[in-house]
Ligand binder design. Structure first.
Ligand SMILES: NC(=O)c1ccc[n+]([C@@H]2O[C@H](COP(=O)([O-])OP(=O)(O)OC[C@H]3O[C@@H](n4cnc5c(N)ncnc54)[C@H](O)[C@@H]3O)[C@@H](O)[C@H]2O)c1
Ligand SMILES: [Zn+2]
Ligand SMILES: [Zn+2]
Length: 345
């Protein structure tokens, strides 16, 4: 089968690989129908993710059809159409029983990281019963690809941890796919303000279409001042960090108001300053989270009912043999205006 392989920092290739085989009773082999590329895959290609070693097939998102299942799988059988969670969970360990699938003792974020992933014709998915979701008949499968990772991430790590509430004020730093997913799902709670911040005017224009009440281009260094002006000098109730660099976390510290929450979503590769000398008296909460994807069943219903339009995050489509071109397009988002790219079999 064809597979997209990480061959060490800066090295990627479309290679011929053997079709994966069942290894454990709980495994399923899924024939991929549609997959996509995540910002995290770009981090891996740069060499930022040491757990992912050379030779790994990347990808942790997608939908497919079950090809075969191990003897222990009871929920799915060959021919079933499934959505693949980016997080594998056994459903039984202490962390899974607490709903913290991201820290599953024998799972978590392993697909396209410590085991081969979804950017291939077939993928082996461990703990299939509790890591795959049946696709309802007639569903828009392309839209459902947004449920493998980005919508649950924006919702769980940003909106839920950030305690977005009716009438509250929200600022989201970073208007990439994750920040936009937080923007879409924050609207479940009817906040009165959602201010989107980025350096890219195209992404800010998209944010406006997706329901932002205001947008701020932070290139000139005045973002904090502008957010203060939008909030009557108080700062926001929820500041969501969806970039993953020190400057954007610091901006969240600058714009969170008294009693507010900073919900960090970004993957940070270097240390960040914590300004307790300013924040100690402000009753501020800071949260961090690796997505658990516990919200997939709920989000699936909201996508099915068109309560949120997930398909609008998709900007480009490629065939599987064009995956290198898909990576180029996704990697040059400022020029190509790419958000999510769909790669189909
Ligand atoms: N916590 C989790 O479980 C989890 C899951 C998935 C992704 N992530 C992380 O979430 C982050 C966002 O993901 P994404 O796919 O949307 O990434 P992305 O790179 O597509 O988007 C980041 C956005 O931030 C903007 N940006 C960069 N520097 C900025 C600055 N100084 N000020 C304002 N905006 C700036 C960019 O223009 C871009 O639009 C990444 O760090 C990703 O690794 C976390
Ligand atoms: Zn991802
Ligand atoms: Zn578990």
């Amino acid at each position: 089968m064809k597979a997209f392989v990480y061959n060490g920092p800066g090295l990627k290739a479309l290679e011929e690989r053997p079709k994966p085989a069942l290894q454990a009773a709980g495994d399923a082999i899924v024939k991929m129908v549609k997959t996509t590329i995540c910002g995290t895959d770009l981090h891996i290609l740069k060499g930022d993710v040491p757990t992912c070693t050379a030779g790994r097939i990347l990808g942790h998102e997608g939908v497919g059809v079950i090809d075969s299942v191990g003897a222990g799988v009871s929920t799915f059988r060959a021919g079933d159409r499934v959505l693949i969670s980016c997080i594998s969970s056994c459903g039984k360990c202490g962390y899974c029983r607490r709903g913290m699938y991201s820290h599953c003792a024998t799972g978590g974020w392993i697909l396209g990281n410590t085991i081969d992933g979804t950017q291939a014709e077939y993928v082996r998915t461990p703990h299939a019963d509790t890591s795959l979701y049946p696709i309802p008949d007639g569903a828009d499968e392309e839209a459902l690809v947004m449920l493998s990772d980005i919508l649950p991430t924006g919702f769980e790590c940003g909106v839920l941890n950030g305690k977005v509430a009716p009438g509250s004020s929200v600022a989201i730093v970073g208007s990439g796919p994750i920040g936009l997913a937080a923007l879409l799902t924050a609207q479940f709670y009817s906040p009165s303000q959602i201010i989107m911040i980025d350096l890219d005017d195209n992404r800010l224009a998209v944010a406006k279409r997706f329901g932002a009440t205001a947008t701020v281009n932070s290139a000139d260094g005045s973002a904090a001042q502008q957010v203060m002006a939008f909030t009557g000098g108080r700062g926001v109730d929820t500041a969501i960090e969806a970039v993953g660099i020190p400057a954007t976390f610091t901006l969240c510290e600058d714009i969170v108001g008294p009693g507010g929450t900073i919900a960090n979503v970004g993957v940070h590769g270097s240390k960040v300053d914590l300004h307790l000398e300013r924040l100690w008296s402000h009753n501020v909460t800071i949260t961090t989270r690796l997505v658990d994807t516990v919200s997939i069943p709920m989000l699936l219903k909201t996508v099915q009912s068109k309560r949120i339009d997930a398909a609008q995050l998709i900007t480009h489509r490629f065939g599987f043999d064009q995956i290198l071109e898909a990576y180029d397009t996704f990697g040059k988002a400022a020029d190509t205006k790419a958000l999510k790219v769909i790669i189909e079999a």
